[in-house]
Design a protein around this ligand. Structure first.
Ligand SMILES: [Zn+2]
Length: 124
């Protein structure tokens, strides 16, 4: 879990979020994530009413600190759902140009429909 990290999450989050109460809430929420689970930046944005830019900024810092790792996940622009593909990609360059949506069969232009999500690292 994210709770046993050396750089306090609070300190990283507070670099970008001014509201102290939100910093606490967000930090507590992040600590709740289990190892190997996925953090969706959009969830943090909606839940705390903060900008997606700020979310990506502190998640980026957490990644740099070695607590989470970013991956690209593919969404379908036609049915607006997750593509059903289990696969995630470590870099934009490794994503095939087009993929087929497993929900609706549409061809997905992958690069336009890739979102950056984060996997929680750690052994527990
Ligand atoms: Zn689809």
């Amino acid at each position: 879990m994210l709770s046993n990290i050396s750089v306090p999450i609070e300190r990283i989050v507070s670099k970008y979020i001014q509201d102290e109460k939100k910093v606490q809430d967000i930090s507590n929420f992040l600590k709740f994530y289990k190892s190997r689970s996925w953090i969706y930046p959009g969830v943090l944005k909606r839940r705390y009413g903060i900008s997606i830019i700020d979310v990506y900024k502190f998640l980026g810092d957490l990644e740099e600190a070695g607590y989470i790792k970013g991956y690209y996940e593919i969404y379908c622009g036609t049915c607006n759902r997750h593509s059903g593909l289990e696969e995630v990609f470590e870099t934009l360059a490794s994503i095939p140009e087009t993929l087929e949506c497993e929900n609706c069969g549409s061809e997905i232009l992958s690069l336009h429909n890739a979102i950056l999500i984060y996997k929680v690292l750690g052994e527990k």
